[in-house]
Design a protein around this ligand. Structure first.
Ligand code: GLY
Ligand code: MN
Ligand code: MN
Length: 485
């Protein structure tokens, strides 16, 4: 397979690329070492066949088209680092930045991974293609190497169309949101969109991740352990973050350093919110100062190379000690969180976690004189007033996506029954904006969230994030220990 030669095609000559001479073209393929031997199988590849078999059972006799997705443009010809679609990663085992433009096709009898394999060094793509060329993006796998890595049959992406269109090919479904070009191809091949059928596929690949296998649990444990390293590093550097100014940025950077070092990346944009910024739920601007008397709400998680991510929040006194008012709010949130964790058991509904936590939140808000109605009314269906101080949910599924299984149907998610192997967060908070005139004055500008990752077990649950202190005294002791005070 050869690509068009951009040096002879004026349409493809970028305005920054000098044309290559014939002498260069003759010279460039020479004098390179052989490629290394085929890689060992990915550890995930021991688990992916069972996952694919489970999906196949839901759609017998059909071909399921699951693209990795293309690069996404950041600006002009600069792309974001590639991250495959989560369903593709789950079913192929490919994580990190593997493999843009690839497509996994799970057929009734076989699975094929289509991708753009390495070309010979005699191909101009070797030195001209900023998307696939070895000189630009490094050595890419051959078909055999990818087969060794994934334990899948691999074919060049150019064969995809003909394979899907061949006589007697099974009916198609496609994951529509992954790669517009592949979605368009499938729609042409089956004479138009079949959005309802595709929606069923999107739901299925989401719901099949609700219960994690043992490999996934181990990956989550690794993500949590790496996240703990990141939190420790942030705590160690809090005095420096205060001293430098723009301390929220410093905190984000320190955590990001460890996320990139120990894992693939952060699993979501870090929230590093000092003082009143904690009351902005999606505070990812992180451009404020940190002050010794303030709290730092740090919501951050490391995504490991297989793309599983932790999702942890700790609200830390920047100066090492909670003030009485901060401690009062913190203890209320901690009590709510413990109620939520206690409710996270097999057989309970997902909603039970939320109800358990918000009952505690509402009771404290009532005691503090914030609510215009009783706590009981506030948590009732016609109430909801407590949401002024905790507008978000208490819990979500966690895994390859921070908000995992997002396409799962309500009856399997919010109303669904918790089962052993599910991993959920428990993350209540109480947020008193500085501008909130209904908040007790001593609480204004204080925002607290505590978030842990919980594995549902046969007998109850296991706190995957148990190594992160939660009790306020333990948090203060943690800060003192890490800072060597
Ligand atoms: N960090 C996102 C969340 O807690 O849901
Ligand atoms: Mn969360
Ligand atoms: Mn979070």
């Amino acid at each position: 397979m050869t690509s068009a030669d951009p040096t002879t095609d004026p349409q493809k000559l970028p305005n920054r690329m000098t044309p290559f001479s014939e002498a260069f073209k003759e010279f460039i393929p020479q004098g390179w070492a052989d490629y290394p031997p085929a890689p060992a199988p990915l550890p995930a590849s021991a688990w992916t066949e069972a996952r694919r078999a489970k999906l196949r059972e839901l759609f017998p006799g059909e071909a399921l088209v699951l693209p990795a997705g293309p690069y996404r443009v950041r600006s002009n010809d600069c792309d974001y680092r590639f991250r495959p679609h989560s369903a593709f990663a789950h079913l192929s085992g490919l994580g990190t930045d593997l493999e843009p433009d690839a497509v996994l096709v799970i057929g009734p009898d076989d699975t094929v991974l289509y991708f753009h394999p390495r070309v010979p060094r005699t191909d101009p793509e070797f030195y001209t293609s900023s998307r696939y060329g070895e000189m630009w993006v490094g050595t890419r796998p051959s078909l055999d190497e990818m087969a060794a890595l994934t334990q899948l049959d691999c074919r060049p992406i150019e064969a995809l169309k003909a394979d899907l269109a061949r006589v007697g090919a099974p009916p198609l479904r496609v994951l529509r949101d992954a790669d517009p070009a592949v979605t368009a191809l499938v729609d042409v091949l089956r004479d138009g969109p079949a959005e309802d059928k595709d929606r069923e596929l999107a739901v299925a690949v989401s719901e099949m991740r609700l219960v994690k296998d043992a490999f996934e649990v181990a990956q989550m444990e690794a993500a949590v352990a790496a996240t703990k390293v990141g939190f420790d590093a942030v705590i160690a550097d809090l005095p420096e973050a205060v001293r430098r100014g723009r301390g929220e940025r410093w905190v984000e950077g320190i955590f990001g350093l460890h996320a990139r070092h120990l894992g693939n990346a952060v699993g979501y944009d870090t929230i590093a919110a000092g003082g009143d910024h904690a009351n902005t739920l999606h505070w990812i601007r992180n451009d404020g100062d940190l002050k010794p008397g303030d709290l730092l709400l740090l919501d951050a998680g490391v995504e490991v190379d297989t793309l599983y991510t932790a999702d942890v929040t700790r609200t830390l006194p920047v100066g090492g000690r909670f003030s009485p008012a901060q401690r009062e709010v913190y203890l209320a949130v901690l009590e709510a969180q413990q109620a939520g964790i206690d409710a996270a058991r097999p057989g309970a509904t997902h909603k039970d976690i939320h109800q358990a936590a918000i009952r505690v939140v509402a009771r404290h808000l009532e005691e503090w004189g914030c609510l215009p109605v009783s706590a009981e009314e506030a948590v009732g269906e016609d109430g909801g007033q407590f949401r002024r101080w905790m507008v978000h949910g208490t819990s979500h599924h966690l895994g390859i996506d921070v908000h995992d299984c997002a396409q799962a149907r309500n009856e399997h998610y919010r109303e669904g029954t918790l089962e052993p192997g599910m991993i959920v967060t428990v993350e209540p908070g109480i947020y008193f904006k500085a501008t909130d005139e209904l908040a007790p004055e001593r609480f204004r500008g204080i925002g607290v969230r505590i978030e842990d990752d919980v594995l549902i077990t046969e007998s109850g649950n296991r706190l995957l994030t148990a190594a992160f202190p939660r009790d306020p005294d333990a948090v203060e002791a943690w800060i003192a220990a890490v800072q060597g005070a």
